[in-house]
Design a protein around this ligand. Structure first.
Ligand code: 4AD
Ligand code: MG
Length: 451
């Protein structure tokens, strides 16, 4: 029986015979009695197994090492006044898979840096054990949020022929090691997707509300705690929606995800609150209950100009791309919570964003949050064929590659908007974890490819 089930039914199970399999977290024995703590993988709770001298294998049991896989048969004992609400008194303990003495996780606190070197063992350490289950819970939160509202989940390709963002930060797909790889995808140039947005827009112009949820790849050589070369992104796209509708959807999604994690992973969240980021639960609860601030880029620049002396980059002017120190100042010092920055200068944003009437700014929004920085990037899309075409010309883009995208504007194109949520950053935000490398099972960052 799984421990999760036992926990739910503990009060009714006193005295029953049970059997569990799991991995040893601690084991200590004296001459007469021993205690093995086991986690069976079904929940965060460990089970204490008590074994006594009358156990035929008492001596061997005392020598079972941390990390071993074991099977225990015994009696369930309900302990409502104990630290855990139950324990198991062993009739037999069998080692299914022994663990060598050089097991990398010992009974002490290991640094995150150390743990990153051993990704195959890492999930068994408490912080990671909690994080990776939360990854799964947060994925379900995303799907449930969108599915409940009738959004269609679209699988956009990982191998693609276009650089959606136009930022040129793509990994090329090749099977060759020489320098003739340029047309290596059966005679065509191909790369790993940086975003599913362009591929999902046609589906929004069919099903109205859609979303992608998959891996994306960026070849930017950023060595920060928030950038990875491979990360997961959720990209919803909404037809007949403007930028304000887009921001309403983002805000509702974030709040839903926070509440979902608190409800579906209470033990893991309590762990983060105690050991990783004290107070994180109250902070995200507050976020889930307050209205997100909306501020234009122009207003943000006015604020920043007044305090420019405290930045490393003091050169604040309208038209600049904000650095993370500026973004953090806005969300941490000015707002102290999530803030949408809107209407950025068109020259620092992607070609597909809808140009505003001032002809200088675009209908874009970035959601900035304390400590993590940019969590979401979104925009209303340029639905006017001629405006989009001249924008692409202005930027010197190869129109032939994206003629299909332009053509969507001729075939029933309409107002539509969308955004991209960085899944790994969202996980950082909800848990208080400070490095993107510690929320990904096998992080891929520059200078970091283990296995
Ligand atoms: O702002 P970005 O580049 O926007 C897009 O890709 C749009 N096509 C989205 C859309 O409108 N459909 O990326 C979206 C989000 C960022 O806000 C950030 O949270 C995350 O993706 N992100 C990264 N996360 C981890 N590592 C990186 N290197 C990231 N780059 C972006
Ligand atoms: Mg962005």
């Amino acid at each position: 029986m799984l421990v999760k089930k036992m926990k739910e039914q503990a009060a009714q199970m006193d005295g029953q015979k049970v059997e569990i399999q799991g991995w040893v977290r601690t084991n200590r024995a004296s001459k007469k009695i021993g205690f093995i703590v086991i986690n069976d993988g079904s929940c965060f709770t460990n089970v204490q197994v008590v074994y006594e001298q009358d156990l035929p294998t008492f001596e061997q049991a005392g020598k079972i090492t941390l990390g071993s896989a074991v099977e225990v048969k015994g009696t369930f004992v309900y302990t409502p006044n104990g630290k855990q609400s139950f324990e198991i008194h062993a009739d037999s303990i069998e080692v299914l898979g022994a663990c060598d003495h050089d097991y990398p996780i010992q009974k002490k606190r290991h640094s995150f840096e150390y743990m990153r070197e051993i990704p195959h063992i890492r999930p068994r350490a408490n912080s990671y054990y909690a994080i990776f289950r939360l990854r799964s819970v947060l994925s379900m939160a995303i799907h449930t949020f969108f599915q409940d509202q009738g959004f269609v989940y679209v699988h956009t390709p990982i191998i693609t022929g276009n650089d959606a963002e136009g930022a040129g930060e793509c990994f090329t797909v090749t099977t060759r090691s020489d320098d003739k790889y340029d047309k290596d995808f059966f005679g065509k140039h191909a790369q790993l997707t940086v975003s599913g947005q362009l591929h999902v827009e046609p589906f929004a112009l069919t099903y109205r509300n859609v979303y992608t949820f998959g891996p994306t790849f960026r070849a930017e050589n950023s060595n920060t705690t928030r950038h990875a070369s491979e990360f997961w992104m959720i990209e919803p796209e909404l037809a007949f929606a403007d930028l304000s509708d887009d921001m309403d959807c983002i805000e509702a999604m974030i709040k839903y995800c926070i509440n979902y994690c608190l409800e579906h992973a209470p033990e893991e969240m309590a762990f983060f609150n105690q050991y990783v980021d004290k107070g994180v639960i109250d902070r995200i609860k507050h976020v889930a209950n307050s209205k997100f601030v909306r501020m234009t880029y122009t207003e943000a620049i006015e604020h920043l100009e007044k305090v420019k002396d405290q930045f490393e980059n003091k050169d604040i002017y309208w038209g600049m791309d904000l650095q993370s120190e500026h973004e953090r100042y806005i969300s941490e010092k000015i707002v102290n919570g999530p803030v949408f920055l809107t209407d950025y200068p068109k020259d620092i944003k992607a070609f597909y964003m809808r140009v505003n009437d001032d002809n200088k700014t675009v209908a874009a929004c970035d959601l900035l949050v304390p400590y993590v920085g940019e969590l979401v990037g979104g925009s209303q899309r340029e639905e006017r064929y001629d405006v989009l075409e001249s924008r692409m010309k202005e930027l010197g883009m190869d129109q032939s590659i994206l003629q299909w995208y332009l053509d969507l504007r001729r075939f029933g194109g309409c107002k539509h908007s969308g955004f991209g949520l960085g899944f790994d950053r969202m996980l950082m935000y909800v848990t208080g974890m400070q490095n993107i490398r510690d929320v990904e099972p096998y992080p891929r960052t520059p200078r970091n490819l283990i296995f």
